[in-house]
Ligand binder design. Structure first.
Ligand SMILES: *[C@@H]1O[C@H](CO)[C@@H](O)[C@H](O)[C@H]1NC(C)=O
Ligand SMILES: *[C@@H]1O[C@H](CO)[C@@H](O)[C@H](O)[C@H]1NC(C)=O
Ligand SMILES: *[C@@H]1O[C@H](CO)[C@@H](O)[C@H](O)[C@H]1NC(C)=O
Ligand SMILES: *[C@@H]1O[C@H](CO)[C@@H](O)[C@H](O)[C@H]1NC(C)=O
Ligand SMILES: *[C@@H]1O[C@H](CO)[C@@H](O)[C@H](O)[C@H]1NC(C)=O
Ligand SMILES: *[C@@H]1O[C@H](CO)[C@@H](O)[C@H](O)[C@H]1NC(C)=O
Ligand SMILES: *[C@@H]1O[C@H](CO)[C@@H](O)[C@H](O)[C@H]1NC(C)=O
Ligand SMILES: *[C@@H]1O[C@H](CO)[C@@H](O)[C@H](O)[C@H]1NC(C)=O
Length: 341
């Protein structure tokens, strides 16, 4: 059975946005290609108060629909079939603590989600399914492996659709904890995830959104998981996110996959600007940076980071937009497979 997936919905929504606005959509799986570096969060802590007006979205991109700031927080609303408003952080973190104050949506089959996801499809999730107003689910995936076994768990929580709760994920290289209102409700050890192979461990963005698992056009298994068919006559279905707090355990300007293993040990965190000199090599996509002029910085840690880091050539920028168009073709193929025609 294919899994119910917020990501598929996001991809669909991105595809629709693509068709409507002809924006460039880029994506690159570092296990298959050489990709440009991920933009990291340099600050070790980050906070967004989504009640604070438009400026709350300064470090967030809306990837589908419309999301606005209200007195209850960021409002994610499904008003009709196909709506799946979604935002994502414009930065990646590399292990960290992410906390969301959220009131989930009401209705049948509506899924309110927090997803921490990497370019090679490592994923950590909170998913509240509106059909069940006393629980929320945790889930994870490693390297896009969607084989369905016992990854998801269900956690009891009181009236998540009427009450704001704090849902957190404390993600380290050795274990991940999910917490509700400060209490750990699940622990996943590195070794428990197929000896680490399926353990989420690569730089990730934070994605927040809402989708209709109970959409009548979804697969039967998905509708069943969502607790029944969504009746859009009952809409709008609205999730509110009051705030997001982040602690980045490896703050850096960029994260680079130095090989195709997807292992956290292969990720190079760097504070060297990747855009500083981008017009040199066209043969090698990235090369070791041996520039010593970065010694101008006073901090010894940044000097050593410079010495051991990698820098990118313009070729990776070009290839990522090329890969973007290839990916769009893949998305069209995927969408065709998903929509019953
Ligand atoms: C990082 O910290 C600086 C200084 O406090 C602040 O101006 C900036 O907005 C922060 N960046 C993010 C992404 O929070
Ligand atoms: C995401 O948001 C940032 C900050 O608002 C902006 O600079 C950037 O261009 C946006 N990226 C995309 C892909 O829209
Ligand atoms: C995917 O995960 C399943 C279950 O843990 C495992 O049996 C399988 O070998 C994994 N596949 C790959 C390609 O890692
Ligand atoms: C959610 O639906 C239930 C049952 O219809 C209702 O009692 C409750 O007030 C609704 N909550 C919100 C926040 O609309
Ligand atoms: C996150 O986990 C680390 C390592 O176990 C622990 O030291 C830290 O206190 C935890 N942080 C929170 C906020 O739970
Ligand atoms: C990058 O700079 C930040 C802020 O100064 C620092 O906390 C972090 O450790 C640095 N990261 C690396 C990889 O040097
Ligand atoms: C970039 O590289 C070129 C050729 O090696 C050099 O002439 C130029 O000064 C460099 N620019 C920067 C900003 O380092
Ligand atoms: C870097 O700067 C330090 C302090 O100014 C100096 O002692 C050292 O020789 C410099 N290293 C290089 C490689 O330029």
């Amino acid at each position: 059975m294919s899994l119910p997936s917020f990501l598929k919905w996001s991809a669909m929504a991105a595809l629709m946005a693509q068709l409507c606005t002809a924006q460039t959509y880029t994506s690159c799986n570092p296990l298959k290609k050489t990709c440009s570096a991920d933009a990291g969060l340099v600050n070790s802590t980050f906070y967004t108060d989504f009640t604070s007006g438009d400026s709350a979205f300064k470090y967030w991109n809306t990837t589908a629909g419309t999301v606005s700031s209200t007195s209850l927080g960021a409002e994610f609303s499904i008003k009709e079939q196909g709506d799946a408003p979604t935002i994502q952080s414009d930065f990646y973190i590399f292990f960290g603590y992410v906390e969301m104050k959220m009131r989930a949506a009401n209705g049948t089959g509506i899924v309110s989600t927090l997803v921490i996801e990497s370019d090679d499809l490592d994923e950590l999730d909170w998913e509240q399914v509106s059909s069940y107003d006393n629980q929320i689910q945790t889930n994870y995936f490693g390297k896009g492996n969607t084989t369905s076994y016992d990854r998801a768990t269900t956690v009891t929580v009181s009236t998540p659709e009427e009450t704001f709760h704090t849902y957190a994920i404390n993600w380290t290289s050795s274990k991940t904890e999910w917490l509700v209102d400060g209490s750990v409700v699940r622990t996943l050890n590195y070794a428990d995830a197929l000896d680490g192979e399926n353990y989420p461990q690569t730089p990730s963005r934070i994605k927040i959104g809402i989708w209709a698992g109970g959409d009548p056009d979804n697969e039967e298994g998905t509708i069943e998981w969502a607790g029944g068919e969504t009746d859009y006559d009952d809409s709008p279905f609205t999730m509110y996110v009051e705030s997001i707090k982040v602690i980045n355990y490896n703050p850096a300007k960029s994260y680079t996959y130095t090989d195709k293993t997807g292992a956290y040990t292969s990720i190079k965190a760097s504070n060297v600007s990747t855009a500083s000199n981008s017009t040199t090599s066209t043969t090698s996509l990235f090369h070791t940076n041996t520039v010593s002029s970065s010694n101008s910085s006073s901090s010894s840690s940044s000097a050593s980071a410079a010495a051991s880091s990698t820098a990118f050539s313009g070729a990776s920028t070009l290839s990522s937009s090329y890969l973007g168009s290839v990916f769009v073709v893949a998305l069209v193929t995927m969408a065709t497979g998903m929509i019953r025609i």
